[in-house]
Design a protein around this ligand. Structure first.
Ligand code: IPD
Length: 277
């Protein structure tokens, strides 16, 4: 097993993520070259590819034995397999649709998982200068301030994020609409920002009380899941069982009580697992 020093891994990754942030901040103002992936609304730009290359090149030179799962590498045909080995899980631009529209809720998400557990999590929105970080067992931070989940338990007082997603599969679309219809009259408010990693980061900082989504990928939620847990929140499957990073479903909340109340109300959808191939 490769050697892992989480604090050192965080410092190296932070430097690279800040450089990547410069690329995103510069590119968001310009015209983008946009390509489609799994659907007409699942997009990739030259910035997604450049950021992923910068991060993987920098991290693999610092940690030659570590493994990688990167959104654009997987789109290019690489396998998406999580082993016990130290593995960096990277979404170079989460919220690519937002980025394409210059909507400033987009971020770089980088996590280090070891023994199938998150050790390091970074979510950086370079447009609004929000740097969320967490190390396992050491709390979560926004810039230099420690953050905490809200502690909310009451569904009727909860601000809840969810995702529209990028799939036009009729069963998925129906699940999204059914769940919003169910929750809308039971919660304080429903919101969607179009960026899974930022949804989780804002639950971690107590600016929203829960977030659920089905159809995301491991790179969208690998860092956010650590941020939420380190901020005192919980991360479970949308049906209420244990969280499985490769299952493409996540429900996070300020408290277990709130998470379970939401899980009981949700219609479920199971996309193909990330590690299916
Ligand atoms: C997408 C975003 C979006 C979510 C999609 C993701 P990407 O990630 O997180 O909020 O609804 O399911 O694929 O493609 O912009 O990195």
């Amino acid at each position: 097993m490769a050697n892992v020093e989480p604090q050192e891994c965080l410092s190296v990754a932070l430097k690279l993520v800040k450089q990547a942030g410069d690329l995103v901040r510069d590119a968001i103002k310009k015209k983008k070259n946009i390509e489609m992936k799994s659907s007409a609304v699942d997009l990739v730009t030259e910035t997604d590819k450049a950021v992923e290359k910068l991060l993987i090149t920098g991290l693999s030179s610092a940690f030659p034995d570590h493994k990688f799962i990167g959104e654009e590498s997987v789109a290019g045909g690489e396998k998406c397999v999580l082993t016990d080995e130290p593995t960096w899980i990277i979404d170079p631009v989460d919220g690519t649709m937002n980025f394409v529209h210059s909507f400033p809720y987009t971020c770089i998400s980088v996590a280090l998982w070891v023994n199938k557990d998150a050790e390091v999590g970074i979510v950086y929105n370079p447009i609004l200068e929000h740097m969320f970080t967490a190390l396992k067992g050491q709390g979560a931070y926004l810039n230099d301030e420690k953050i905490s989940a809200s502690g909310e338990t009451d569904l009727s007082k909860a601000l809840v994020f969810s995702e529209m997603g990028t799939s036009h599969d009729p069963e998925k679309v129906d699940t999204v609409i059914t769940n919003i219809t169910t929750l809308l009259t039971k919660v304080h408010g429903c919101r969607t920002m179009g960026c899974a990693a930022l949804h989780m980061s804002h639950v971690a900082r107590g600016a929203a009380d829960a977030n659920y989504t089905m159809g995301v990928h491991c790179w969208d939620i690998a860092a956010g899941s650590l941020l939420v847990k380190e901020a005192g929140g919980v991360v479970i499957d949308t049906a209420g069982g244990p969280f499985d990073l490769m299952r493409r479903r996540v429900l996070c909340a300020s408290t277990q009580e709130l998470a379970e109340k939401i899980a009981k109300l949700l219609k479920q959808y199971q996309p193909e697992r990330d590690d299916a191939h």
